[in-house]
Design a protein around this ligand. Structure first.
Ligand SMILES: Cc1ncc(C[n+]2csc(CCOP(=O)(O)OP(=O)(O)O)c2C)c(N)n1
Ligand SMILES: [Mg+2]
Length: 891
């Protein structure tokens, strides 16, 4: 035997090596797996004590994790399932091809589903359990770009009409169409989870799985073995969010999580890791994080080859080839495969000498073999103690032949010529004639065909169709007058911040007989910042393990109490993860039929600015609940500087249609907003959620003036009218902490300049803006009828004088309403980077304090010719305004 090279590599005579391997085989055979593991462990220990340091590897060889001997038997009818899969493939392809024939810009994806079809079909036929009255069902995050396949299956299941398929990506057509990707907002009876912004679904899935456990540990639902499946692309794993939460899943022993990563080795532009091996990279990351990792790389036709690979040469060769080479095998001939994979070693060549080139070319990847996929799913399903990731090798564009399979352009392939269609049709045995090909008709066999009957029967056994979205919760009574009333009467002169006021409300809500159990406080390591530590003791911090240690502060009243039935989700420093919990809790009314009410409180600057894409997904999912931007405002949070001080979030809240954004100044405003919010969302079933900014500046909370509730909710109300009515008039708008600056300005203007100003609390510019554009639209479409008047205009109908708005956010925010104010609106806001400073200095710097509100008001009166320029000159001196100060916008 010509084994010189082996002697070099292994440093050992092959004969001797063979004996070692055989002895090991014998141990496995006769003593079993556990003994084999112990033996290897002993040897490793021995090596270490002899000073031999083994190189670290978290990888296993480039082989299937499950050996043929340990493979669960496929229980289905493989032939009929193959037929069904072919039908789904065809209809998915037809949907995209047809849509692009009508309008070639319409887009769509064929190749993602083409590579993932087996991964999905095994799930649909054998694993994904529907939601029934008896069982909560599995939660399945489907890869967004695979949606054509999911629609095609639903069409075969009789859940979607041919018309809908024809109108894929053309939702506005008569008869309705289908949204490009999973969007519960657009298809609320079908899709449950938006997944197409890549990287969101893996993190959401993990927090969903953890939330399921939370519900169980808090006795809000029975313990079940329901699973959370997340289907991902291998390219998708580049997104930091994809791997960002995987240690939480293992730390929490979330064996209810199964990730299936479709490793077709390609993303949009080209290979995911042309010069590396994505499967091995992911294996190391997941194993290192404590996951059960199952590689499904090779189909059954490889089994005999590996069986003959006594010396591990084939495994070694496959382990060396980089993904770029692997991808090339897909587009090349059998002769090329023989040469590239087996050609480097005579014994490898010998292994395949009986196989014709064609057999080599068509050797299947593991992810295209239902038996391999089934075995992995079953092992994942049965695995206990840790989450599972399945890394399945597939071919991108599988079945698209020369035009698309494994090509770098395949991701965007959406047109096939007649020849390509013919090949696809023939390869998958679709009963469509050559003449019909040009039309590319959808094809659904008769209702009583074996295929349809089989599909239906399988879904019946598994509890119904997936995906299906259904609101399962019953409305709350939401009669909480007594709970919130105490916050209407003010703080009796005591200085409190709106954050403290909110925490007081939260404490009361947690005691409420109806909502107490349903409230889910979520905080990313800022509870102390917000003065919430009293809640640690009151309701406990959720920990699936309880508290295994005595906390250092156990002797104090407010010690750090972790408990298995703890209520607070203290997420650590992850706003994205906290949002994952918010989404799970905020959609539980549909997913679980439980009206959990999340209150997610966080540093406002690290919310909409940092995790807006998750918030957008929450809106798409029709999430309900409350997000509280703590330490909000650009000038309210003293000292922190430009990375903390938030002058942006209310602007960033604008694009999210279902987010109701409020910037309240007083405790009673918050009480009114939250009470109304609970009623709207959990009694009336409105699909909205709330963003409320709360501040840490303490001041006396006033009692609520009579009759202002409606104004608080609509966005503005007159808080304090001027005592006197002078000729010089003004209307001042303030919000949040800046409202008090407006109140101070009101006094200065009255005392020093004889101006009588009314002060309005603007609780929500967004609400005023939405009302304004909605009213304008109505008027546009109803010309000639009695005009509707926007709420802002109504408020200001009888309000005299100049208009001045001051905000702790960008000037663009108050400017939003200027189109509906009866006169010019002068605006003060906090554009620019800012400084690390105290409140007073910051408000001077940004020119939003009482002095600048006063000056602006005088200037507006001057513009109108109501006062002399000299008054302004004097005011600048009296108010000590430095004319040479830097412009905050540019400095
Ligand atoms: C956050 C985000 N960035 C970019 C895209 C655009 N995009 C859609 S699919 C795709 C490539 C997907 O590759 P992979 O995850 O490997 O999935 P495959 O189609 O290969 O299964 C890209 C870049 C997106 N949808 N989301
Ligand atoms: Mg890919």
């Amino acid at each position: 035997m010509e084994k010189d090279s082996d002697i070099n590599v292994l440093g050992m005579d092959p004969q001797e090596l063979q004996e070692w391997v055989e002895s090991f085989d014998q141990v496995v055979r006769e003593e079993g797996q556990e003994s084999a593991i112990n033996l290897l462990d002993r040897l490793r220990g021995r090596a270490q004590s002899l000073g031999i340091s083994l190189p670290f590897t978290a990888n296993t060889p480039y082989l299937n994790t499950i050996s043929p001997d340990n493979q669960a038997i496929f229980p289905g009818d493989q032939e009929i399932e193959r037929r069904i899969k072919s039908l789904v493939r065809w209809n998915a392809l037809a949907m995209v091809v047809r849509a692009n024939r009508v309008d070639h810009s319409i887009g769509g994806h064929i190749s993602t589903y083409a590579s993932a079809a087996t991964l999905y079909e095994v799930g649909f036929n054998h694993f994904f359990r529907g939601r029934t009255d008896e069982f909560e069902g599995d939660t399945v995050y489907l890869q967004g770009h695979a949606s054509p396949g999911i629609y095609a299956r639903a069409f075969l299941e009789g859940r979607l009409s041919q018309k809908q398929l024809e109108n894929f990506r053309r939702e506005l057509r008569e008869g309705g169409g289908l949204s490009s990707y999973p969007h519960p907002w657009l298809m609320p009876d079908f899709w449950e989870f938006p997944t197409v912004s890549m990287g969101l679904s893996p993190l959401m899935a993990i927090y969903q799985a953890r939330f399921n456990r939370y519900l169980e540990d808090r006795s809000l639902k029975p313990r079940t073995d329901a699973k959370v499946w997340a289907f991902l692309g291998d390219g998708e794993t580049d997104e930091p969010e994809t791997l960002g939460a995987i240690t939480l899943a293992s730390r929490e022993n979330l064996d209810n999580v199964i990730f299936v990563i479709n490793c077709n080795l390609q993303r949009l532009d080209g290979p995911v890791r042309g010069n590396g091996k994505i499967v091995q990279e992911l294996e190391a990351a997941f194993r290192g994080a404590g996951w059960n990792c199952l590689k499904v790389l090779w189909g059954s036709d490889w089994d005999p080859l590996f069986e003959r690979d006594h010396e591990g040469l084939l495994a070694k060769r496959l382990g060396e080839m980089v993904d770029g080479e692997m991808q090339k095998l897909t587009v090349e001939s059998g002769a090329y495969v023989r040469q590239q994979v087996f050609g480097g070693d005579p014994s490898l060549l010998k292994m395949v000498e009986d196989m014709p080139d064609e057999a080599l070319r068509t050797l299947r990847q593991g992810g295209h073999d239902p038996r391999k996929v089934y075995a992995a799913y079953k092992a994942a399903y049965d695995h206990r103690g840790s989450p599972t990731v399945i890394l399945a090798r597939t071919i991108k564009g599988y079945g698209l032949g020369e035009s698309g399979e494994g090509r770098n352009i395949t991701h965007q392939q959406k047109k096939l010529n007649e020849e390509e269609l013919r090949e696809f049709r023939s390869r998958f045995g679709i009963p469509v004639s050559d003449e019909q090909l040009a039309e590319t008709p959808f094809y659904r066999p008769a209702e009583d065909s074996r295929e349809i009957q089989y599909m239906r029967a399988r879904r019946q056994v598994l509890g119904g169709y997936v995906p299906t979205r259904k609101v399962r919760s019953k409305p709350l009574v939401a009669d909480h007058d007594a709970l919130f009333r105490e916050f209407h009467s003010g703080s009796d002169g005591r200085e409190v911040s709106t954050t403290m006021a909110f925490v007081g409300m939260l404490r009361q809500m947690l005691r409420d007989p109806e909502i107490g159990k349903l409230v889910v406080p979520i905080v990313p390591d800022e509870a102390r910042t917000f003065g919430m530590e009293s809640l640690f003791r009151q309701v406990g911090i959720y920990s699936s393990r309880g508290q295994l240690y005595e906390p250092v502060d156990v002797h104090t009243l407010l010690y750090y109490k972790e408990a298995k039935d703890g209520q607070i989700l203290e997420e650590g420093i992850t706003e994205a993860g906290s949002m994952g919990s918010f989404i799970a809790a905020g959609s539980a009314y549909a997913t679980h039929g439980i009206n959990t009410i999340p209150f997610f409180i966080y540093y406002s600057m690290f919310g909409l600015q940092r995790i807006s894409d998750f918030i957008w997904a929450a809106a798409d999912m029709r999430c309900r609940g409350f997000m509280l931007g703590g330490t909000a405002g650009r000038t309210t949070l003293a000292g922190e500087g430009l990375q903390h001080q938030d002058g942006n979030s209310h602007i960033l809240a604008l694009p999210i249609p279902t987010m109701r954004a409020y910037d309240p100044a007083f405790a009673y405003e918050i009480a009114v907003i939250i009470q109304d919010g609970i009623r709207r969302m959990y009694k009336d079933g409105e699909n909205v959620f709330y963003y409320i900014t709360v501040m840490n500046e303490a001041y006396p909370m006033p009692p609520m003036p009579a009759g202002v509730e409606d104004g608080i909710l609509k966005g503005m109300y007159k808080y304090r009218a001027s005592d006197k009515k002078s000729k010089l008039r003004a209307q001042l708008f303030g919000s949040g902490a800046i409202l008090r600056e407006a109140l101070k300005a009101q006094e200065i203007l009255a005392e020093k300049y004889g101006v009588s100003a009314d002060v309005w609390s603007v609780t929500s510019y967004k609400a005023l803006y939405m009302d304004g554009i909605d009213t304008d639209r109505w008027n546009l479409l109803h010309a000639g009828e009695k005009r509707h008047v926007p709420y802002v205009t109504q408020c200001l109908a009888d309000a005299d004088g100049v208009l001045v708005a001051a905000s702790d956010y960008l000037k663009a925010l108050p400017s939003l309403i200027s189109q509906w104010t009866p006169r010019r609106l002068a605006v003060l806001g906090t554009d620019g980077f800012g400084r690390s400073e105290g409140r007073e200095a910051l408000r001077d710097f940004f020119e939003v304090d009482a002095r600048f509100i006063t000056l602006t008001t005088l200037y507006e009166l001057f513009r109108e010719g109501k006062i002399e320029g000299a008054v302004i000159q004097k005011a600048i001196k009296d108010l000590d305004i430095k004319l040479d100060k830097p412009n905050p916008l540019f400095s």
